[in-house]
Design a protein around this ligand. Structure first.
Ligand code: NAD
Length: 314
C-alpha cells in the first residue's frame, strides 16, 4: 500500500481514515475523493478531488492519475436513509462498488470495502453471531451489503483482485456527523449530553447492538489492508466488534461524567425494527485469528475520551 485513493472520504469514517492514512503513508500519497466538496481540514492536508464513484471512467482517470495501488471504497447510502429511498441505495451501493471493482481489476489495485452487521437478518443467530451463518437481511442496505461481499469474493476468485473488507458494527465518533444509520443515536447521545445534559433516544432502552469507537474502526481497516494475504481465509468480510451497547448501558456510563444527564425515549419504529433485525453480539474470532484484530477501546475509555474532547469544543 503506497498510493491510496478513498471514495466517500467526506463521511463519518472517511474524514478520520484520511487523517490516519496521511499520517502513516504521507499526505501526498492519499487522494481523498467524494461527490461533495471536501472539508477545509481534508483539503488543507493533502490532495482531494470531487468524484462520483458511480462514474467508472472518472474513477479510472483519478486512479491512474494518482498512481493508485489501493482503493478504500467508502461511498454508500446507509441503513436508515436507504429504507426511505431503496432505489437510490441500490443504485449508489451497487453502482459505485461495481465501477470501483472494475477499475481495480483493470488497474491492478487492492480494494477495501466495508460491509456491515446489516448483512444479518431476523433468521441469523442474535447472540455471538458467527462469521459464517444465515444472511437474509430485511433492509435494502443489508441486501446491497450481502451482494457487495459476494461481488468482492467473485472479483478475487475470478480475476485475482485483492479485495478485503470488514463488517463494521455501529461506529461511534464525535468529529463528523453520522450519515443516516440506525446506530446514529450512539453518536448523538454524546453531543446532546455535553450540550444539553439530555437526549431523546430513537431506540428502546434495552436494544443492544455491536459497536466500536472510530479509532478502532480506522485501525481495523488499515491493519486488514496491511495483513499478509496468505493468512487471510475470509477476505470479504470479517466480523469485527469492540463492545455491545444499548442506550441504558451508555447512559449509565455517561452519568459517571455528567451526573445530571437525563435520557428519554421517543422510539422511532422504523429504526427500532431495523435494529431488532440485527445481531445483539457478534463473534469476531476469525479476524482475531487471521490478522490479529484486537480493539484498544472499551466502553469506559471511549466515553471518557469523547466527553473530554466534546467538552473542549462546546
Ligand atoms: P457516510 O454516509 O458518513 O459517508 C458516505 C460518503 O459517501 C458521504 O461523504 C457521501 O457524500 C459519499 N457519497 C455518496 N454517494 C457518492 C457517490 N456516488 N460517489 C462518491 N461519494 C459518494 O458513511 P460512513 O459512515 O462514512 O460509511 C462508510 C462505509 O462504511 C459505507 O460503506 C457504510 O455502509 C459502511 N459502514 C458504516 C457504519 C457506520 O456506523 N458509520 C457501519 C457499518 C458499515
Amino acid at each position: 500500500m503506497k498510493r491510496i485513493l478513498i471514495t466517500g472520504s467526506g463521511g463519518q469514517i472517511g474524514s478520520e481514515l484520511v487523517t490516519s492514512l496521511r499520517e502513516r503513508y504521507g499526505a501526498d500519497a492519499v487522494l481523498a475523493t467524494d461527490i461533495r466538496p471536501p472539508s477545509k481540514t481534508v483539503c488543507d492536508s493533502g490532495p482531494t478531488a470531487i468524484l462520483d464513484a458511480q462514474d467508472q471512467n472518472a474513477v479510472a482517470q483519478a486512479t491512474v492519475a494518482h498512481g493508485t495501488d489501493t482503493i478504500f471504497h467508502l461511498a454508500a447510502i446507509l441503513s436508515a436513509v436507504g429504507e426511505t429511498n431503496p432505489d437510490l441505495a441500490y443504485q449508489i451501493n451497487m453502482g459505485t462498488l461495481r465501477s470501483v471493482l472494475e477499475v481495480a481489476r483493470l488497474e491492478k489495485c487492492s480494494v477495501f470495502t466495508p460491509s456491515s452487521i446489516a448483512v444479518f437478518g431476523p433468521t441469523s443467530p442474535k447472540e455471538n453471531t458467527p462469521q459464517n451463518t444465515v444472511m437474509r437481511p430485511t433492509t435494502i442496505y443489508g441486501v446491497t451489503k450481502v451482494a457487495g461481499e459476494l461481488l468482492c469474493d467473485y472479483y478475487h476468485r475470478k480475476y485475482g483482485v485483492d479485495t478485503r473488507g470488514v463488517r463494521y458494527p455501529g461506529l461511534i465518533s464525535y468529529g463528523t456527523p453520522p450519515g443516516g444509520g440506525t446506530t446514529d443515536w450512539a453518536v448523538d447521545i454524546f453531543v446532546q449530553a455535553v450540550k444539553k445534559h439530555s437526549y431523546a433516544c430513537f431506540l428502546k432502552e434495552d436494544t443492544t447492538l455491536p459497536m466500536m469507537y472510530m479509532p478502532d474502526a480506522v485501525e481495523a481497516s488499515i491493519q486488514l489492508m496491511e495483513a499478509d494475504p496468505d493468512s487471510l481465509i475470509h477476505r470479504n468480510a470479517f466480523n469485527v466488534t469492540a463492545m455491545h451497547l444499548n442506550p441504558q448501558t451508555l447512559t449509565k456510563e455517561i452519568k459517571k461524567h455528567i451526573p445530571t444527564f437525563q435520557i428519554e425515549y421517543k422510539v422511532d419504529q422504523h429504526r427500532e425494527s431495523i435494529a431488532q433485525s440485527w445481531p445483539r453480539t457478534i463473534d469476531d474470532s476469525a479476524a482475531r485469528l487471521e490478522w490479529g484484530w484486537s480493539p484498544k477501546y472499551d466502553l469506559a475509555d471511549m466515553t471518557e475520551e469523547i466527553i473530554n474532547e466534546l467538552s473542549r469544543s462546546v
